[in-house]
Design a protein around this ligand. Structure first.
Ligand code: F3S
Length: 291
């Protein structure tokens, strides 16, 4: 799938899954009903768990206004409607992330206080760049406005965009269908969340075995390696201090006081191979080779 090629790094970007916008206990707009009918919160929780399991970023993008809508330009009909209802106020339960949407302590929250899409005027782009991300997997709401806006903004910034359609909703079934069949395919790979999870499982986006230096599995009859344990070799010259290895496993990958990898070689104890693979895949500089 485009966006999950070798050496890409995807992130899950969840748009506006907030109580007032997607939770029927708070909001009453048709979009809320669509989010419920399509059960997008369950789907997003499943997909987000898969991203976290693979050491990949999960970002929640929210919109809310300061009290009195201070500094929120009322320059379109939707902005006027939001101001009139006056519920999407920063810090309120209406503006909070959907009560049933899991927010892990490794997740990132990107808040904005203006506009209709998540990149403009926020640090979302630089946060994704800092995480080494080049593929944005969009989910959430709405396929009417915020998601096409996010896709357009992401493409303009050089990201590859994937949309997990079953984890999205629009104001009506008709507008959703029109957007995901006619508009969004011009900007993004429109697919299902199961296909995205399949890409994560396949791991194609990670460096190839030869690129990571991972040892090939011994063939039948081959003699065992003198020491069959795994070692992570870190190219300290390549390390730029992204600290994704440390985030994957602080026990294995230590950092110096400047945030750079401390050791050039780390012995990987039996049972920790998967987490070492995840750390190697997470390093944007491809500085970690497993041998
Ligand atoms: Fe360095 Fe990569 Fe870790 S840049 S700090 S080896 S994630």
């Amino acid at each position: 799938m485009k966006g999950f090629d070798v050496h890409t790094r995807p992130a899950l970007v969840i748009s506006e899954c907030q109580n007032e916008i997607t939770n029927p206990a708070y909001g009453s707009e048709p979009l809320v009903q669509q989010a419920v009918e399509r059960d997008i919160i369950t789907g997003i929780n499943t997909l987000a768990a898969a991203f976290r399991d693979h050491g990949l970023p999960v970002v929640h993008c929210t919109v809310s206004a300061r009290p009195g809508f201070e500094g929120f330009p009322i320059n379109c009909a939707l902005a006027a409607k939001l101001k009139k209802t006056n519920l999407l106020i920063t810090g309120s339960v209406h503006a909070a992330i959907h009560n049933d949407l899991i927010v892990a302590n490794t997740d990132i929250i990107s808040e904005r206080h203006h506009g209709m899409s998540p990149f403009s005027g926020t640090d979302l782009e630089m946060t994704l760049r800092g995480l080494g991300v080049d593929t944005v997997v969009l989910v959430g709401v709405s396929t009417n406005i915020a998601l096409p806006g996010a896709a357009t903004e992401a493409v303009a910034r050089g990201f590859t965009v994937v949309l997990a359609e079953d984890c999205t909703a629009g104001g009506t079934t008709e507008t959703h269908r029109m957007q995901v069949t006619m508009h969004l395919p011009l900007l993004a790979t429109v697919t299902k969340s199961a296909a995205v999870r399949g890409e994560l499982e396949a791991g194609t986006y990670r460096p190839t075995a030869s690129a990571t230096g991972a040892a090939a599995a011994p063939g039948p009859g081959s003699s065992p390696a003198p020491d069959d344990g795994l070692t992570a070799e870190i190219d300290l010259g390549k390390c730029s201090g992204h600290a994704r290895c440390f985030a994957a496993s602080p026990d294995l990958f230590d950092l110096d006081d400047s945030g750079y990898a401390l050791q050039a070689e780390v012995r990987i104890p039996p049972g920790s191979e998967d987490i070492a693979q995840a750390a190697a895949a997470a390093c944007p500089e491809r500085a970690i080779a497993l041998r």
